[in-house]
Design a protein around this ligand. Structure first.
Ligand code: ASP
Length: 320
């Protein structure tokens, strides 16, 4: 390998969701996280930017049906896949986001195109797909993103919702909650990555199919700047997963990086963010946080979180 000289040792951290990951999905999650770390870190080692590394790591997990991103994502209440993704460059604060896209295999690549080629920051729905197509991405049929496992999940979720409603009587607010909003059955399988490259630049990326049985058009925290994803060289890079509505209301990604900027170590800021999510709004989820000196934080209040780190000392993968 050509020797690349680094100002600072590169670090990559990825997650593949925080929820009650069933025993048969533990290994697929472990493998998926390991693949994403290997691909993203190989780029960092060759001198690529943190933006390239997080985009590549997230694209690997979008391609992996184990996760709620790209093909294999949770379905909307009308049986479609609608995807959201955000990418952010901590050196410049440039960002690109897409939401409610139904015809893109890798929404994180569309987010990158938005960041690099548009004067705007965020596109939704048909406009996002048209922008991606204009810049060379193929548009696919939504059915190519839908898999049988998720058709079954949706049917189970809708049956459960019907039974709960019958037992309780009408309640417009809780009837509109996605099934995954109820603790215990929560499926939060969003993917994300944060990286520090050899030039000392941070980046973050998050990609999701959202929550199971969500209403069409619903956008969660994952692709919203400062909610499920944020990066700023002057503070930290963050990616979250979990029940999106409480995370959005707390602008929790920005809350966490601001803590790091004020001097809290990332490990402590990650724990504090998840504690705040729970105590303020009863929310649940997981977080990965990376400071400008390469210090890593992670925390979750779900039974498991799939995540891992890659540094010069090697790779560590956890489904803890
Ligand atoms: N945070 C995502 C959302 O609410 C779901 C997840 O993390 O799996 O859309």
């Amino acid at each position: 390998m050509d020797s690349v000289s680094f100002k600072i040792a590169p670090v990559l951290v990825v997650h593949g969701g925080a929820w009650d990951i069933p025993p048969d999905l533990i290994e697929p999650h472990r493998r998926g996280v390991a693949r994403a770390l290997a691909v993203g870190y190989a780029l960092l080692e060759r001198g690529a930017s943190s933006v390239d590394a997080v985009e590549a790591a997230v694209a690997v997990m979008e391609e992996d049906e184990a996760f709620d991103a790209g093909r294999g994502s949770f379905l909307t209440s009308d049986g479609r896949v609608q995807l959201d993704a955000l990418l952010m460059d901590g050196a410049t604060l440039r960002a690109g986001g897409v939401a409610c896209v139904e015809r893109l295999r890798n929404p994180i690549h569309a987010a990158r195109l938005v960041m690099d080629l548009s004067p705007h920051v965020y596109f939704v729905g048909a406009g996002a797909e048209a922008f991606a197509a204009e810049h060379g991405m193929s548009l696919i049929d939504n059915s190519e993103l839908v898999i049988d496992r998720e058709r079954r999940h949706l049917a189970e979720a809708q049956n459960q919702a019907r039974q709960t409603r019958q037992g309780r009587g009408a309640d417009p607010i809780s009837d509109a909650l996605p099934i995954s909003a109820s603790p215990g059955t929560a499926c939060h399988d969003t993917v994300g990555a944060v990286a520090l490259d050899g030039r000392g630049n941070l980046a973050a990326a998050t990609s999701t199919g959202g929550t199971l049985n969500k209403s069409p058009g619903r956008v969660g925290d994952s692709s919203l700047i400062g909610c499920g994803c944020y990066a700023d060289n002057q503070s930290a890079a963050v990616s979250l997963t979990g029940w999106g509505e409480p995370i959005m209301k707390l602008v929790l990604g920005k809350w966490a990086v601001d803590r790091v900027q004020q001097g809290t170590p990332p490990a402590q800021a990650a724990e504090e963010a998840i504690a705040y999510l729970f105590h303020r709004l009863g929310g649940h989820g997981g977080i990965i946080l990376l400071g400008p000196l390469g210090r890593v934080g992670s925390a979750h209040n779900t039974p498991h979180m799939a995540w891992g780190t890659h540094t010069a000392r090697g790779m560590e993968v956890h489904v803890d």
